[in-house]
Ligand binder design. Structure first.
Ligand SMILES: Nc1ncnc2c1ncn2[C@@H]1O[C@H](COP(=O)(O)OP(=O)(O)OP(=O)(O)O)[C@@H](O)[C@H]1O
Length: 262
């Protein structure tokens, strides 16, 4: 089977403190994977690195060759609202998904317009085209951002906590979009906290607690032993930060007192 991302000994540090530590493994093309772990486990950091927004401090992430074209890896950051000094309408935000094909200054043609209409219908927002996005509810905004992802039509889609703060109906609708992407053979990776949802809808799971705890079929990856191990590690880093022996990572040891020791 083809590999979408190959991680070799990936460490990502902020100011010398490793947030992701020595992760190795592959994301198979066409897989649907949940990234799970305690708060501060490095999930968002790892996802941002897959998106190419963060460079590993040590080790490397190789992408399959077909993912080098612009827009081939779609990324949805944690929901935080859209900040803009000028009013953006739903249609304009969804049309941004077509930018990798038409360019920032290009015109959206008939074919793209049809894709936008179809995407809005799929997320239940037909008729919302002219609404201002900063007047939408959190759930409606997330539907708009999913419509943008549908229009982008990327082979790889990365989602950071896509269902947090959403009601049951919105979650169900957007989960079915994710399942559809999986059926279409796209590679989907999502950071999630709801383990029941992961067990029901995500065949693969990567459990991280700064270091890799488990990665594989969800039932196995989320065994009680693995979850206990992840919790144990998170308690440990709340006490003292771990050392990183990777070259290029400054050795800083932070004690519970907050004092740094180099
Ligand atoms: N931009 C940054 N600068 C410095 N430290 C950061 C930055 N982003 C994250 N960190 C630190 O890296 C560690 C991992 O953070 P990250 O957000 O990746 O974890 P997470 O597993 O996604 O957490 P959560 O479940 O709470 O969202 C944390 O200790 C965090 O404080």
């Amino acid at each position: 089977m083809d590999i979408a991302f190959c991680l070799s000994d990936v460490t990502i540090a902020y100011h010398g403190h490793p947030a992701v530590h020595h992760i190795s493994g592959d994301f198979q093309a066409g897989s649907l994977t949940a990234i799970v772990g305690p708060n501060g486990a490095g999930k968002s950091t790892l996802l941002a690195a897959l998106a190419g927004l963060r460079r590993p401090t040590h080790g490397k992430i190789e992408r399959s060759a077909d993912l080098s074209r612009p827009g081939a890896v779609a990324f949805l950051a944690q929901l935080s609202g859209i900040n803009s000094d000028f009013p953006l309408r739903v249609l304009e935000v969804v049309a941004m998904g077509a930018w990798p094909r038409v360019g920032a200054l290009g015109t959206v043609g008939q074919q793209e317009r049809e894709a936008i209409d179809k995407a809005l219908e799929q997320v239940g927002l037909k008729g919302f085209e002219d609404r201002l996005v900063d007047e939408l509810s959190v759930g409606q905004l997330q539907r708009v951002l999913f419509a943008r992802l549908i229009v982008q039509n990327a082979p790889v889609i990365l989602l950071d906590e896509p269902f947090s703060a959403l009601d049951a109906a919105t979650t169900r609708d957007l989960l079915s979009v994710v399942s559809g992407w999986h059926r279409e053979g796209r590679t989907v990776v999502a950071v999630l906290h709801d383990l029941d949802m992961v067990r029901e809808h995500f065949p693969q799971t990567l459990l991280i607690a700064r270091e890799l705890v488990s990665w594989g079929e969800t039932a196995q990856a989320l065994s009680n032993a693995h979850l206990a191990q992840a919790n144990h590690r998170s308690l440990a880093w709340q006490d003292t930060a771990s050392w990183c022996e990777a070259p290029g990572v400054e050795h800083v040891h932070v004690h519970a007192s907050g004092k740094e020791h180099h």
